[in-house]
Design a protein around this ligand. Structure first.
Ligand code: GAR
Length: 230
């Protein structure tokens, strides 16, 4: 069923662009109904306006508590007709009240192989640590930052000569593939959560490309479960 998406974002919005492109090109069965940000100058808002996506932007500091801020977002999201929440570089933790309002329907992307290097600098922290393999994770959201059940991960090698400037574009290019893929699986109702584990059900449509026939190796990158259409 077509996902009705509300995006929460605080930054550049390049993942939002990838999701919008995938949806416009018919690879992702989703419609972005609204983009919300806690930062009024976030470049993602300009990107949204250029594509005629409604935006909502308020600082959480204007509210008496974070729960009140989240309640305001919840009302906006419901009024926009969204049923799925996509975090794309959103810098605030969500309250339990908000998370419980969308059971199994809030996703996040993080630029490391969780549980390694959670937080706001996942890519840079992996590089500074000296890790030789890092990557990207898409996961369901729970009350703890960068913690919920993992849907898909993609691994990428770190070369000894890498800097943040050349590592992050490689990380981002993986993000732009695995986030729309995870959302497409959600749209197809093929994800099942049991405790910390997420199962991807087979695609029952005739002529579907099954995960086992999809791409698990993209050059030096390993992706699990395998990509299908992305
Ligand atoms: C992305 O790299 C995403 O993985 C990261 O923020 C960036 C947003 O970029 N998220 C986190 O670090 C979550 N802890 P974008 O605004 O260009 O999509």
């Amino acid at each position: 069923m077509t996902l009705q998406i509300a995006v929460l974002a605080s930054g550049t919005g390049s993942n939002v662009s990838a999701i919008l492109d995938a949806s416009e090109e018919g690879r992702l069965d989703a419609r972005v109904r609204i983009i919300l940000s806690n930062k009024s100058d976030a470049p993602v808002l300009e990107k949204a306006r250029k594509r005629d996506i409604p935006v909502w932007s308020r600082s959480h500091r204007d509210f008496v508590s974070r729960e009140e801020f989240d309640k305001a977002m919840l009302t906006v999201i419901r009024n926009a007709g969204a049923d799925t929440v996509v975090l794309a570089g959103y810098t605030l933790l969500l309250s339990s009240m908000f998370i419980q309002a969308f059971p199994g329907r809030i996703l996040n992307i993080h630029p490391s192989l969780l549980p390694s290097f959670p937080g706001v600098r996942g890519g840079g922290d992996a590089l500074a640590y000296g890790a030789r393999i890092t990557g990207v994770t898409v996961h369901f959201v729970d009350e703890v930052m960068d913690n919920g059940p993992v849907i898909i991960q993609a691994a990428a090698p770190i070369n000894s000569s890498d800097t943040l400037e050349n590592l992050m574009p490689r990380i981002h290019s993986l993000e732009y593939r695995i986030y729309p893929q995870a959302l497409q699986w959600l749209a197809q109702d093929r994800l099942r959560i049991s405790g910390r584990r997420v199962t991807l059900l087979p695609d029952k449509r005739p002529h579907a490309s099954s995960a086992s026939q999809g791409q698990s190796l993209l050059g030096p990158w390993l992706v699990s479960p395998s990509l299908e259409t992305f």
